[in-house]
Design a protein around this ligand. Structure first.
Ligand code: SAH
Length: 281
């Protein structure tokens, strides 16, 4: 490739806010733009879900501002965070707002960006790998697979006040979406599974709970709709976790590439049993 074709990231100008997705954990999943921004930012305002190793990539002189919950202290309110971004930008800083996963997927990135618009602060949005896609890939679960689903639905397991969202059409979700990917669902897992079963989803539908996906502490629990909540409690699972429901989970038998690399797991090239069925029939 000649130099003229080389990737040249835009300059991170003073007074700008870059709203950046950090991905689910593994720093290797950062975009080139995110890595560039980390190297240039004067201040990094980050959330609880941003991996320490990613913060470690910030320039040594960069100020780090934590904007999430920790140690039981209440989290700063959304207006507080937005005000802070605006203030820092107006001080002429290069402000990197770093959020777990993708900033526009259940991350309130849209709200922060709208506050910047209202304040006339220039900004850029750098998407990241969302936990409900990339985190599941690290568990060997593709969110779509031709033999399984031609649609997937991303759902939040709790609303702004921490309850199971009421505005959802549970029967439509249960019937219409072969694969459901829940964020923030651990706390209300029992209620969520009950609603899906009540709406017609089979009790033995496959479920995987992927905790701390794409980090060194990733765990995956495979279970069923009927048993998921009890198994999660028994295993002492802790957030962050993605819960995926549907036959996509069964592909893990064939696609748990990380298990194969790290634990010598033997992969099944026909995880859905389609070829075996064809041969038998
Ligand atoms: N913007 C983020 C989601 C923020 S909401 C994204 O695109 O991924 C926070 C929820 O994301 C968590 O409760 C959990 O459901 C999910 N999550 C984020 N990082 C995760 C990880 N490494 N492993 C599992 N779930 C994760």
């Amino acid at each position: 490739m000649s130099d003229s074709n080389a990737f040249a990231p835009p300059e991170f100008l003073p007074g700008w806010v870059w709203l950046v997705g950090a991905g689910p954990g593994d720093p290797g999943l950062l975009t080139l733009l995110a890595a560039h921004a980390l190297g240039r930012a004067d201040v990094v305002v980050y959330d609880a879900l941003v991996d320490e190793r990613i913060l470690g990539l910030a320039a040594s002189g960069a100020e780090r501002v934590y904007a999430g919950k920790r140690g039981g202290k209440p989290s700063p309110s959304q207006p507080d965070i937005s005000d802070r971004l605006i203030r820092l930008a107006r001080e002429g800083k290069r402000v990197l707002r770093l959020k777990g996963g993708d900033p526009f997927v259940f991350g309130r990135g849209g709200e922060e960006a709208l506050a910047l618009v209202a304040a006339g602060v220039p900004f850029r949005v750098i998407p990241g790998v969302s936990a409900g896609i990339g985190g599941l890939a690290y568990a060997g679960i593709p969110v779509t697979h031709r033999d399984v689903n031609s649609a997937v639905t991303f759902v939040t397991g709790h609303n702004a006040v921490g309850e199971v969202p009421d505005g959802l059409d549970w029967p439509a979700l249960a019937r219409g979406s072969p694969v459901l990917v829940f964020y923030m669902a651990l706390k209300h897992l029992g209620a969520i599974c009950d609603r899906l079963v009540a709406a017609g989803r089979p009790r033995d539908d496959a479920v995987a709970i992927v905790c701390k996906a794409a980090t060194d502490q990733q765990t995956v629990l495979e279970t069923t709709l009927a048993e998921a909540a009890a198994r999660a409690v028994a295993a002492g699972l802790e957030p962050p976790a993605i819960v995926v429901i549907g036959d996509a989970v069964r592909l893990r038998k064939g696609l748990d590439w990380l298990g194969a690399i790290e634990h010598g797991r033997v992969l099944d090239a026909d995880p859905l049993g389609l070829k075996r069925r064809q041969q038998a029939g």
